[in-house]
Write a protein that binds this ligand. Structure first.
Ligand SMILES: NC(=O)c1ccc[n+]([C@@H]2O[C@H](COP(=O)([O-])OP(=O)(O)OC[C@H]3O[C@@H](n4cnc5c(N)ncnc54)[C@H](O)[C@@H]3O)[C@@H](O)[C@H]2O)c1
Length: 353
């Protein structure tokens, strides 16, 4: 078994997470680190790896097989291209670049230098997402026509580069990229329409909250919300199918599906009086006319960075195609561009993505 030596550029909090996780991956070993902040290089040396004095020093090290780019977002494109040109395989943190034009440059470089290039879209293996995806794909809800995906915090955005536009700040590039990627990974259709409203509640330069609606070719509507000012949260997932409804409350995967089992459920002859007055349509239904499937965490799913590295190594060794393809990231990037455009113009954008 070949062990691949990895160099990390940008040794901040996410790189620290990779560092820890790579300890579990037999085929990858961290050889060294470069960061523009010398204190972070020192921190890496204290962990027993090489502290490179420049990115060039790392790129010129013939022992380095793979470069992980985990800097702030504005630096991803140039660093990926330089690493590919130096003959390294590259894994880049998300959002892979600031826009689709930049990503096309990186894709071209990967082709030109014949190196493998992937992106850390690690949330494809989040258990809550896998549970929702499997439930829909198993047909438990019938044909699905609405998916609502939300992550909501109440503590505002972390200060620092995430609040600065030129460094790639804002929640669309931070969390939006994950939530859009999950949906586009799941739904094999084109996105035909994008409408988005972004808010800058605390940080005027960037979106610290957004509401995005994507429509797919079949008419499926996906609503994605990311908030940093919600003191009362919605469920993580809420899905409407023609035969049932799914809710998954949180990342712990607490959730259920409720389905109709009594198609003969008759309308009342008389109008029904509720606390809000008379209604037939919205009257509560007979509880015996539905069944509830209790959902729980899928035990078999490996929800960490390992699958991202496994698919990368398999592609480097020619055993399989990448499962996280740059072309997929390109589609996600184009949806995000549509979302920015929509929010700026206050209009829905027709797309063919
Ligand atoms: N996949 C995920 O779940 C996930 C989670 C968090 C962050 N991220 C991504 O990881 C990246 C880093 O985020 P973070 O939270 O670790 O930020 P961070 O601020 O903790 O770390 C960034 C590091 O990059 C260094 N840096 C900046 N520009 C550089 C350059 N040109 N050359 C070398 N070093 C440079 C900084 O000095 C800092 O040490 C971002 O792209 C972010 O979107 C991904």
């Amino acid at each position: 078994m070949k062990v691949y030596n990895l160099g990390i550029i940008g040794f901040g909090s996410m790189a620290g997470h990779h560092f820890k996780q790579i300890g579990e991956i037999e085929q990858v070993c961290v050889r060294g680190v470069y960061d523009i902040n010398p204190e972070r290089v020192k921190a890496a040396e204290e962990k027993g790896v090489i502290g490179y004095r420049s990115k060039e020093e790392m790129f010129q090290d013939p022992e380095i097989d793979i470069v992980l780019v985990a800097t702030t977002n504005e630096a991803h494109k140039d660093l990926c291209i330089e690493a590919l040109a130096a003959g390294k395989h590259v894994i880049c943190e998300k959002p892979v670049t600031m826009n689709s034009a930049e990503l096309l440059e990186v894709i071209d470089a990967a082709k030109k230098y014949q190196r493998v290039f992937t992106i850390d879209q690690n949330r494809r293996v989040n258990k809550d997402f896998v549970l929702m995806k499997r439930s829909v794909e198993a047909g438990l809800l019938g044909d699905v026509y609405v998916i609502e995906s939300r992550v909501e915090g109440s503590r505002g955005m972390p200060s620092g580069w995430r609040t600065i536009k030129s460094l790639g700040g804002g929640m669309m590039l931070d969390w939006g990229v994950h939530l859009i990627d999950q949906i586009m990974y799941m739904v094999p259709e084109k996105v035909t329409n994008v409408f988005c409203k972004m808010f800058s509640i605390e940080y005027p330069e960037v979106d610290d909250n957004f509401h995005l609606t994507m429509t797919f070719e079949s008419g499926l509507v996906v609503h994605i919300e990311v908030s940093t000012n919600n003191y009362i949260t919605h469920p993580r997932w809420y899905v409407l199918g023609k035969k049932g409804t799914l809710v998954i409350d949180d990342w712990n995967c607490d959730g259920k599906i409720v389905r109709c089992i009594d198609k003969e459920n008759k309308w009342e002859e008389e109008i029904v009086y509720t606390k809000a007055g008379p209604t037939k349509t919205m009257a509560p239904r007979n509880p015996n006319s539905t069944e509830t499937i209790v959902l729980s965490e899928p035990e078999d799913v490996v929800d960490n960075l390992n699958p991202v590295y496994w698919q990368f190594i398999d592609a480097i060794e020619g055993k399989a195609e990448l499962t996280i393809k740059p072309e997929e990231a390109l589609r996600v990037m184009k949806v995000m561009e549509g979302a920015f455009h929509s929010s700026q113009t206050n209009q829905a954008i027709e797309t063919n993505i």
